[in-house]
Design a protein around this ligand. Sequence first.
Ligand SMILES: CC(=O)N[C@H]1[C@@H](OP(=O)(O)OP(=O)(O)OC[C@H]2O[C@@H](n3ccc(=O)[nH]c3=O)[C@H](O)[C@@H]2O)O[C@H](CO)[C@@H](O)[C@@H]1O[C@H](C)C(=O)N[C@@H](C)C(=O)N[C@H](CCC(=O)O)C(=O)O
Ligand SMILES: Nc1ncnc2c1ncn2[C@@H]1O[C@H](COP(=O)(O)OP(=O)(O)OP(=O)(O)O)[C@@H](O)[C@H]1O
Ligand SMILES: N[C@H](CCC[C@H](N)C(=O)O)C(=O)O
Length: 498
Amino acid sequence: MAEQGNTQGKSLGELGLTAQGGRNPFIAGLAVDSREVRKGYLFAALPGTKVHGASFIETALEMGADAILTDAEGARIASGALSRSDAALIVAEDPRQTLAYSAALWFGAQPATMVAVTGTNGKTSVATFARQIWTELGFDAVNLGTTGVEGAYRAPLHHTTPEPITLHRMLAACADAGITHAAMEASSHGLAQRRLDGVHLKAAGFTNFTQDHLDYHASFDDYFRAKAGLFTRVLPEDGVAVVNIDDPRGQDIAGLAIERGQRVIRVGRLPLADLQLQGQRFDATSQEIRFGFNGISHLVRLPLIGGFQAENVLLAAGLVIGAGANAERVFETLPHLGTVRGRMQLAATRANGAAVFVDYAHTPDAVKTALKALRPHVMGRLVAVVGAGGDRDRTKRPLMGQAAAENADLVIVTDDNPRSEDPAAIRQDVMMGCPEALEVGDRAEAILRGVDALGPGDALLIAGKGHESGQVVGDVVYPFDDAEQASVAVSALDGGMA
Ligand SMILES: CC(=O)N[C@H]1[C@@H](OP(=O)(O)OP(=O)(O)OC[C@H]2O[C@@H](n3ccc(=O)[nH]c3=O)[C@H](O)[C@@H]2O)O[C@H](CO)[C@@H](O)[C@@H]1O[C@H](C)C(=O)N[C@@H](C)C(=O)N[C@H](CCC(=O)O)C(=O)O
Ligand SMILES: Nc1ncnc2c1ncn2[C@@H]1O[C@H](COP(=O)(O)OP(=O)(O)OP(=O)(O)O)[C@@H](O)[C@H]1O
Ligand SMILES: N[C@H](CCC[C@H](N)C(=O)O)C(=O)O
């Protein structure tokens, strides 16, 4: 109970729940996994992708559960066990959403100003920039997502958008630590599973929409509908939608937001944008951007590599403005933003001046965008080390290879978390899109070969793992850090010059 952060216990009513059968107990904690149930807990028996959680209701009752939250199908599956128990039974149409609301009530605190961002690519970057802007403005702020909880409170997370019990435990810990501002990532899995439905958002952002996760979502339209849920369901009507309208799906989102009465801040290059990116100039380590807001033009130097990061920065600025900050003060913070860990991060420089970048591009669009974004910063050739993950969307693999072949001068295909799959078979899938590429399964060797290929003025992009610290092979996570390997390779080739 203590780790649930609530030592008092709560009645069902206090959790927004009404029992349809059984007692009306005082709840000691919440669990979605029967193995985590303790005496007096509410067990949420959720319909799963592999099995209905109701199959574990009997076990949960044996472990001491005093209340069961499930759907009609779950109540039917466990009718035998339920009829032998006096535990409270709550049957909800959408038990995942009900759990999300109850988890928010259970933990009872979240940072006062919260924003969330969704989209295929750019969520971590936007959430991180939003946190950096708030920090520059003097607020105690965090970002939560793929890279964990970062900022004035730090903690690891195992998911981009954690399930609601973990999420609200974390939000309450942040609030207790004095965090007033939080920017979180909303993954499509998280949205489809209603993980954010109890979060109080002031603004929500949309970056872009391209292929990913078609292993989980039945179709592109399903994937889009999941993302749109951030605006049609989670963001309240008085919330602000901050949308990249350069993406046609962003225009659809803006339309949905307007239908709900939400204020919309349009971001993009199109003349219709409220926060309009009007020009970019690049040098080796930074970019100068010109943008307009409310008829006023601004010129700012961003110490960031990659044109797409300007789009992410403006989306983050829009979110911070949408959540209540003064726009001119927000724009003053932009020259102080820093590189997002593992996103177009300069990891090492060779003695001949060639640069090695680490990036988290793991979708076809991201590989294309990242490589294209490096071009204006680089005088010479562009080398790419690329691979695709196992147990993930297989259809994206050849497209990732193709994106690399079309946008780099030399491509090296390697392993990236093969998980339970045969690494050679994954590489073959990728190679279908880039048949001329060099195939080097061992990632450390692939990086070494990539670094070795660099002449003066060239650059290497190591795509796919970004901030990750391991290579997942089978069930084993081997320590592996692309940035570290880049330094090791440069040292090995140039004699300690990394
Ligand atoms: C594919 C997916 O999202 N799965 C989530 C889903 O599990 P599931 O439907 O597969 O569960 P299941 O195995 O069928 O079991 C059904 C239910 O029985 C319960 N159970 C199961 C076994 C048992 O002994 N006792 C028990 O109670 C399970 O907790 C579950 O609630 O519901 C579970 C409970 O809410 C989640 O923990 C689980 O996330 C798993 C851990 C996961 O890895 N998700 C990943 C894919 C994910 O969410 N990633 C996104 C996207 C990141 C990105 O953008 O790339 C993220 O936000 O991190
Ligand atoms: N606005 C953008 N448009 C296209 N590609 C982008 C954009 N922003 C980032 N990327 C690419 O996507 C990669 C991942 O970026 P980021 O981590 O910010 O996205 P994400 O949506 O959080 O991804 P994930 O949820 O899978 O972690 C970057 O390393 C870059 O290659
Ligand atoms: N959140 C993404 C990250 C992918 C990163 C890449 N390194 C891989 O393992 O495919 C996923 O789990 O699909």
